[in-house]
Structure formats: C-alpha cells, structure tokens
Design a binder for this molecule. Sequence first.
Ligand SMILES: [Fe+2]
Ligand SMILES: [Fe+2]
Length: 473
Amino acid sequence: MSTDVDQDKIPNNVNLSGDKRLQRALEQWLPNYLDWWKAVGPDGFQGKDVYLRTAISVDTDGWAHFGHVKMPDYRWGIFLQPQEADKKIGFGDFIGQPVWNEVPGEFRNMLRRIIVTQGDTEPASVEQQRLLGHTAPSLYDLRNLFQVNVEEGRHLWAMVYLLQSYFGKDGREEADGLLERRSGDPDKPRILGAFNQPVQNWLDFFLFTMFTDRDGKYQLFALSESGFDPLARTTKFMLTEEAHHMFVGETGIDRIVARTCQLMKTGDVRLQGGIDIPMLQKYLNLWFSLSEDLFGGEISSNAADFFAAGLKGRYKEAQYEDHKVLEGMYPMTVLDNGRLVDKEIPLRTAMNEVLRDNYVEDCQRAVNKWNRTIEGSGSGSASGASERLRLPHRRFHRQQGIYAGHLFDPEGKPLIQSEWDAQKDAWLPSAADVAYVETLMHPVLERGKIANWIAPPSKGINGQPFDFEYVRV
Ligand SMILES: [Fe+2]
Ligand SMILES: [Fe+2]
C-alpha cells in the first residue's frame, strides 16, 4: 500500500516519503482510521460531493483549497508550521535553552499524556456529531458540519503523527487507542467529560463549536508555546483550521438569535417554531459549564509541572513579563468547609485558571455580540426586548475542579440541594426542552432554503452565495 502515503494521498510537509519507519506505522494505522470513519464518522452523505476546504501546504495559498469531494476521499494531511532557526524555550525552568526536537526523556510520560488527551478530543467530537447531517437546517450548515468533521479527523492525524514519530511502540499503541475509545461509551469512554456528552441537535452543535472548540483554541495556543517543538509547530497549524469551527458556532448562535428576534415581533416564538431566548440561555449554560471543565482543576500541580517543564505555556506567553513564574500569587475564591473564602495561591499552580480567564473573556466577547444582535433587532417591547444572554458564573454546574460536587446558581451563589432541585430546570435544558428542540430538527436540503428557527448567514463560504450547492445531495 505504499501509494497510500505518497504526497498525493497524504499531503504533508514532514518528508513522509523519506521516513520509512513512520510510513510503515501510518500505513498500518490508515485502514483502521478509515474503518473508524466509516463506522462512527458522519452517518449518511459519505457518497455525496461536499464543498470542502483541504490543506495541501501551510502557505497562505496552500492551506485552503476548496472543491467538491466525497468525505472518505478527503486528503487528511500532516502539516507542521515551518521550523524557526535558533528557537528557544520561552518559559518555565528551561527558559532560554534550545527547543527540543526529540522527546526529553524525563518528561516523556507527561508529554505523551498531553498529546493523547488533546488527540482524544478530535475523534470524540466527530463521534458526537455523527447524526446531525440528517437534520441540517441548510446545505450551507451541512457543509460546515462536514468541514468541521474532516478537520477534526485531520487533527487526529496530527496527534497520531507525533505519537508515531516520536514515541515508538507505546506511541503506536496510543495511536490505536485513539480509534478504540468511543464518545459516551460507558466501558471505553473518551478521556474528557464534555466529549462524552451527547450532541443531539443543532443547538448543541452550535454551542459545542462555540464553547467546546474554543476550549480547544486555548489548549492549542498553550501547546503552541511548547518547548517540544514538533508539538508547538503542529498545534500552530491546527489553530488556523480551528478558527473556522468557532466561526461556525459563534455565527450559528448569532443567526438563531437574529431569527428569534424576528419571530418575537410577530408573536410567541415557540408557537411559531422558533427557539426562544430563555431556551437558548439554558443550552448556553450547559455547554459553557461543560467546556469550562475542560481546563482542569483551578489549583493543579499537573498544570504547574507542565509549565515548569516547558511543555505547556500560557495563551500568548510573550504577552507576559515573567516567564518563570517562580513567585507571584493568584487570587482565588475557594471553598472552606462549604463557605466561600478568598485565598492567594501560587501562580504556577493556577495555570489552568489563568488559561480559563482568557477563555471566559473571549466567550463574553461573543455573548456581547449576540446581545448587540438582540438590541439591533428592534424586536419590540411587547415580547421580551429586555432579554439578554449571559455567561453563568464559573462556579455554576461544574464537574471538575474545586467547585465540583457543590451547588451554585448562575450568579455563583451557593445553594442547598432542595434549592437546586427546585430551580435546575430553569437553568439547564429539561427533558421537555430537549424534546421541544427535537421537534424543530428537520432537514432542509434544498438549495437556498433554510429551517424556520435560524436566519441564513450574511455570506457564504469562500465567496460563494448562500444558495450554492454546498453538498450535492
Ligand atoms: Fe480540533
Ligand atoms: Fe475544532
């Protein structure tokens, strides 16, 4: 099967044809990947032509080639940002030393764990989204779903490349494991919580790509600072693709908001088959809180170790003055015998929280934008012009970290169980809410048409109009 790893089949800038050992490893892995894609990748549409973007190089003119392709024929490539001459480690205990181009022995396990944890999220999201094609609100959205799916597939390739090239036998085993775990499977679940949650409908999907892919952005940024240069260069290139996933989520919600505001002018949103703002708020609360969990514990010795070792930095590390962070404290509200108290913790152990701060700020920016859409809609005072979306407090509905196992309302106020039980259906989607949203999910696959609960996009993909044949159904 040597033709499978030539430049044409697997576009790459890692000199794949000159690396026999890697070639052999990928040759063995490729058929398993395709089996995985067929078994748990997008359900249906596999034989249809989809207007997809394919990266064939990292250059500005090479990373985004558009054309109609069938998903199983997508060219999943392996791309690293070009190497910089004399690059130095930018933070932690080894700051100023040359970056590593081989795995540093003492950090081998730590590094493998970081790569496997990141890698596991990529196929997980494809599995979570596999049924959504059947209820796509338009051909444009259907195409965007599949674009996200094939690129998450490529991100899996990117992590598998690192495991197979730099970690020997256990790397190859980990690469196999990435195809064996399954999102939501009680016996062999994916590693992180949000990646085992069902993504049942398009509201979930847009919030997932808004909030969960955005966690990915911040993780990738932190890893793009890594002293292990192949990881830094790989994640840097992944970020260019990731931007589109977050665009899909952020604009998807904005389009729902716009449509909802239109419907508000003519009556009750639900009676007209729309998604009202309080419903949207509940789904937002769910996916924002699930995604916050992905940053890990607020106080974390792992995070401190990753930083010290120079493996995982902060978001845009260069923006900080002190890259060693041996001193410095971070103010944090912790629970002490069930009471909230302010405390200072060593900054290195707060690295997860520092990254989460950047994330929350970015999410708030998007929420402000959605609220401007509401404000600009002039949706009238009659039915809820005062409604606004907001991020719940970061203590709300957490399953990881210091607030997990405790109950808080969306303002962050501690609750007792009975208070939570009485109000939780007002804060998170109830079974009835999920059932209602399901009733709206019907496929609209005619060119230029769109479902009733969402507005069309302001422009199409790659300069094409909205009524372009994004998928030849
Ligand atoms: Fe990804
Ligand atoms: Fe993504």
